[in-house]
Design a protein. Structure first.
Length: 308
């Protein structure tokens, strides 16, 4: 293990200024730390990559994915270079074909979705349409199916004849019924959604991800866009991981650049410019709009900050 530790230390040192390490472990302090699988690792490069990732605060599933990616990169490049970082699709065994070659690919959406407002109800969706926001999501939470259908129908009606693209959060069946442009699903929804039905209905599909393992899982579905976060702390929902930070966002964007990408989570006027510099084509915000006294002015200001 001395060679593995030496290689891991080289990786950690080489990337100490990349803002990849998290200040606290991503795993719960009440849970056992991630386990390194010495027996089934392909080689010491995989072990070293995994050990380094764990030390940098990556959760166990992401650390294992990174370990395999390090091994592939070393063998594909013909040598170990700690200054590099796995950043190409082939390092992560992502799908080799383009969207046009994949019969299971979901309908395309623009590569750059722009400012993406995540709104709590149809009234807010309408306000965003009036503010000429490029993309909006209805994230309406209710157990009442009738209310859900009404909110979705009103939102679909609000964007008709405009340039604003509407995604519906979670309720894919109701979104199909209403003729929505697209849906957005979290990781917890992927086990129950009927993707053949969604695909055949022509809806665009966006998927939330929170790290390497979930990005690899999303890639298998070839969605219309991939959302990455949470970039910064947010109180809007309980997140499965701690905030990823700008350093990791930049690495994720480099890896997944063949998809339209959306950054999300705790982004406001003070941080949106730095997030835009990562190369994402869209930035999702909530309180940066809904928490402002003049939401229309906030939309304009945020778009200006994204472009500067």
């Amino acid at each position: 293990m001395s060679l593995v530790r030496d290689l891991a230390d080289q990786i950690i040192a080489a990337h100490s200024h990349d803002d990849l390490s998290l200040p606290i472990p991503s795993f719960s302090l009440s849970s056992p730390p991630p386990q390194i699988d010495n027996e089934h690792a392909a080689d010491h490069y995989e072990l070293a990559g995994t050990v380094a990732a764990v030390a940098m605060g990556f959760i166990e599933c992401d650390a294992k994915i990174l370990g395999k990616a390090w091994s592939r990169m070393v063998h594909q490049d013909g040598g170990f270079n700690p200054l590099k970082w796995p950043s190409r699709p082939e390092h992560f065994d992502l799908l080799p074909w383009t969207r046009n070659m994949n019969p299971k690919a979901f309908a395309e959406c623009p590569q750059r979705l722009g400012l993406y407002g995540v709104m709590p109800d149809a009234d807010w969706v309408k306000r965003m349409v009036d503010a000429q926001i490029p993309t909006v999501q209805l994230r309406f939470k209710s157990e009442d199916k009738k209310r859900i259908r009404k909110q979705i129908a009103q939102s679909v009606e609000a964007v008709k004849g405009t340039k604003t693209l509407l995604f519906i959060n979670d309720y894919w069946q109701e979104a199909i019924e209403a003729g929505a442009y697209g849906i957005h699903l979290g990781q917890e929804d992927l086990d129950t959604a009927d993707f053949d039905v969604i695909r055949n209905a022509g809806l665009r599909l966006g998927i939330s991800t929170h790290g390497y393992a979930e990005m690899v899982r999303a890639d298998r579905l070839c969605p219309s866009y991939i959302a990455m976060g949470a970039v910064f702390p947010t109180n809007l929902k309980v997140m499965p991981t701690v905030p990823q930070g700008l350093g990791r966002l930049y690495k994720y964007t480099q890896l997944m650049s063949h998809y339209p990408l959306v950054a999300i989570g705790g982004i406001d006027a003070g941080s949106i410019h730095a997030v835009a510099q990562s190369g994402v084509g869209s930035i999702a915000v909530v309180r940066a709009i809904t928490g402002e006294p003049d939401p229309t002015a906030a939309v304009k200001h945020l778009q200006e900050l994204m472009q500067t």
